[in-house]
Ligand binder design. Sequence first.
Ligand code: NOJ
Length: 712
Amino acid sequence: MREYMNKNLPVEERVESLLSLMTAEEKIAQMTQISYNAVSGEEYERFLNLGIGSFLHVLGEDTQKIREAAQKTRLKIPPIFGIDAIHGHCLLNGATIFPSQLAVSCSFNTELIREMGRVTAREVATDGLDWTFSPVLCIARDLRWGRVDETFGEDSYLIGELGAAIIDGYQCDNLIVACAKHYLGYGEATGGRDAYDTEVTERKIRELFLPPFKRACDAGCGTVMTAYGSIDSVPLTANADILRGLLKEECGFGGFVVTDWENVRALMTNQMVVSSIKDAAKTAGEAGNDMSMHPPKVYACMVELANEGKIDMKYIDDAVRRILRVKFKLGLFDGKAEIPRSVIACEEHRRVNMEITRESLVLLENKNNILPLKNFGDSKTIAVIGPNADDIRAQYGDWTYFSHPEPKENVIPENDYYTVLRGIKTVFKDSNILYNEGCDIMDSSRESIAEAVEAAEKSDVIIAVVGDCLKQYGEFRDRADLELSGAQFDLLKALKATGKPFIGVLINGKPLCIEWLKSNCDALIEAFNGGDLGGLAVAELIAGRFNPSGKLTLSFPCCSSQMPCYYNLYEGWHGGRYMDVEPGNVYDFGYGLSYSSFEYDNLRLSKNVVSRDEEITVSVDITNNSGIDGKEIVELYINDVVSSIMTPVKQLRGFEKVMIKAGDTKTVTMKIKPEDLSFINKNCERTIESCEFEIKVGTSSKEYLTAKLTVE
Ligand code: NOJ
């Protein structure tokens, strides 16, 4: 038996032993990822026989064929199969589809997000796959950007915490590895334009964009994906400071870096920093990209470079070591545990999905406590109106088999899914339900509005389900205008004019301009893209079968140009407002209602004066003043009152989700570690300065109690 096949040896020894046997071609094959959909025929066969390192977007039995081909190569190095299992194993029709990453972020529930990762890993593993290109750790601060739905929202700290939770979930059973992406600053591209240049300083990188990735490294994330774009004109793919320096050396990342799709070629074709793909391959390899995701031509270029002595083998060896390390750790050489296909969408997975879907919903308005709907029996009629009321594609959102790897128009979902319409019919089974689409999201024709109004007039309550559709977000689909599109606004106004009680439900990939809805609805629910069970959870919330507990992880602007609007924006000298719109956001980060009402009192610190290396404890008493048990998300913000450079007036540094029984008071205790008081100074160093701090604990980024802390 070859030494590296001995599973009793430590991983590092196995890696070195295998590396010492490999030719340059075999090493470079490991650094290559082939797309199962973009390469075919003879070329595909050739790569199979070469023992290529990785394939992406293979499903089902085809993985087996590829593994068998790898077994026929000289060193029998197993390939690693990657897939975009972003909110469940969504490219497989029939698998559990969770709410989008943005939706689940609103749960602030690290335990459930971890479970979502674990469930996804099990379903991905049944297909013989080893690697998900998830989570997205980009910060969504420009809402025009097309990929806001894929993020955990606008706050760097929260993203780090939720990212670490899902990474742990993906990797805890050692079935698959996670991939933290898109490294770095991708969501902050100029003007919210996908894959553009990001104009940020090194200080800001260290303050905001790096910490979630550092957190991912500390959580043991196996891989990182290089973003498409550039930072201050330097393409990420060519950026040795960011890849080798920051990630591998400073953050101590021990896994491997894969490029995003065609990043290497883009150095020549889009970013034009080299004039040939061969130079692109050299630049990318030297900068610290360990594996190139498509096109296969990069393989041939790298081999030429190596044979001509034009690339230092130390870069290739470093990359291959990293890739082999991940493969050995994952057990690919030793035969991974097999997961039966029966786990796909099984009861346990559905239960986890139901729980997280419920906790992801955010109740934005509930005027006069109209919700939960009371006494809605058989004598009642409910009008369910709107283009997203019965559209499973809008409800699933991006990165499912409907949209990837290729857009598909006519697929019938194999699993049991609930749109809002089906949810309402199920939960209010004795009531009379009238459904009308009312209008389209893209087409502004008003033709069907009259019919919708007719249905509304015959009803006791209107549930209007509006939002956006798959054509309006995702890669290549940034939006300049965040108003409700098509004839949705006219539809809503016509429904409102009926004078009937009016509940709005939003199914959307990102915050839209909903000021009118806020003022005119009786209740409003933000559901984002809720996955399989989104429609059922919305109906249950309306019926009061559970108590909502989600809070927004993004702020909502009043109009498209009131941006950016994130909560930790600097105040500015002149109020930071536009003279032609009301100041303030429509909804703020961290906001969300419950059927319970919570009162905060008695905020106290274990010490009010501390030294720079001391940890302190913050406690607050929270009373549930209502007659219903409820979960509250407790948010902790810190303000460094006077610092050598400007810092935000509040910065999230902790949160807890707690269940408080009706009438009970609970003391919630959170820790503040010295680093929570730190910031990156003008010399790009992390520092804690002696001064006054404000510790704010409350129910949203706008409502909190404040205690003073002095650091000496
Ligand atoms: C492009 C996307 O930017 C990335 O998120 C994804 O994982 C890869 N392509 C693979 O599909």
